[in-house]
Unconditional design. Structure first.
Length: 301
């Protein structure tokens, strides 16, 4: 069963260049009846998202579009069939006795897919990093700051109960897309499981800013030292590796582990209390995505 989206600390800001692809196919499409249309326009969405961070100049725009097109072409041909397998596993798990170990295995598989996508994009990201001008790096820094200000307003305002309620509502939006509506009794159980997760938005903001600073340090180093492509790819791959390993070696490992376990328990709770009709709703939705992914994988560019 695919794990639902959380405030996961695995992605770096460079990783979001490619994580946006996964977002399109694994998250954004969660409520989308036109998955094929969404995916087929994903390259444009990703281009404009990236442009908002660095304000691409005339020379960069053409080859960045080409790089994104090639990334999507690779993703379509090599990854979508694997997503079909993940969804089919989810269907079987919903019809059986899914465990927390199953959920964690599914989560590990998705992380593996994310890392493969990042590594595939590393050479293109290196070219982009090497092409950035000082004013574009400054634009990236400005965009990070604006995003962090928005995060503070949304997640750091109000008392604990307000923050718990906001987190619960975000989770429910996804659960309802998968399973349909819930009864008031079910909602009360889900709210209790949601609130049982550790809550510390300051930690997530600090981790977010840490990742952003790592990216800024990287692009500034590339610019100042005029690094070649190979050296830049090495830096990016190191950044990717470190971001994926941070949970295992961080001074905050206990918090991260508790949050991950709590989120798995939340998802498991929803599955356990879901009615046969709600599970059928989720299985049907998965089948729609399976059909779309299968068609997309065989579709010529």
């Amino acid at each position: 069963m695919k794990k639902f989206n959380t405030q996961a600390p695995y992605s770096t800001r460079f990783s979001r260049f490619t994580y946006a692809v996964l977002a399109i196919v694994l998250v954004v499409m969660a409520g989308c009846s036109g998955l094929r249309l969404a995916y087929n326009n994903g390259d444009t969405v990703l281009y404009w998202w990236l442009n908002a961070y660095v304000d691409l100049d005339r020379d960069q725009k053409g080859w960045v579009r080409d790089d994104i097109d090639k990334l999507f072409d690779w993703h379509r041909k090599t990854q979508l069939k694997d997503y079909v397998d993940i969804l089919r596993t989810g269907q079987k798990q919903l019809q059986g006795n899914v465990t927390q170990a199953d959920l964690m295995a599914d989560y590990s598989e998705i992380k593996h897919r994310t890392q493969a996508l990042l590594q595939k994009a590393a050479p293109d990201l290196a070219e982009l990093a090497r092409s950035l001008k000082p004013e574009q790096i400054a634009q990236m820094e400005k965009k990070f700051k604006a995003n962090n200000d928005d995060y503070r307003k949304k997640y750091l305002s109000g008392d604990k109960d307000k923050r718990q309620k906001l987190r619960y509502k975000k989770s429910m939006e996804q659960f309802e897309l998968w399973f349909g509506s819930f009864s008031s009794e079910q909602e009360a159980i889900i709210r209790k499981a949601s609130d049982a997760r550790p809550l510390d938005s300051e930690i997530w903001l600090d981790e977010r800013m840490r990742r952003q600073q790592n990216v800024l340090n990287l692009v500034k180093k590339v610019h100042q030292e005029k690094l070649g492509k190979e050296a830049t790819v090495t830096l990016i791959n190191t950044l990717i590796k470190d971001s994926f390993e941070r949970l295992e070696h961080s001074e905050r490992k206990a918090f991260f582990d508790a949050y991950q376990d709590g989120t798995a328990q939340l998802v498991l709770t929803v599955i356990k209390i879901a009615t046969p009709a709600q599970k059928a709703h989720a299985i049907k939705r998965m089948q729609g995505w399976i059909d779309d992914f299968t068609a997309l994988a065989s579709q010529p560019k």
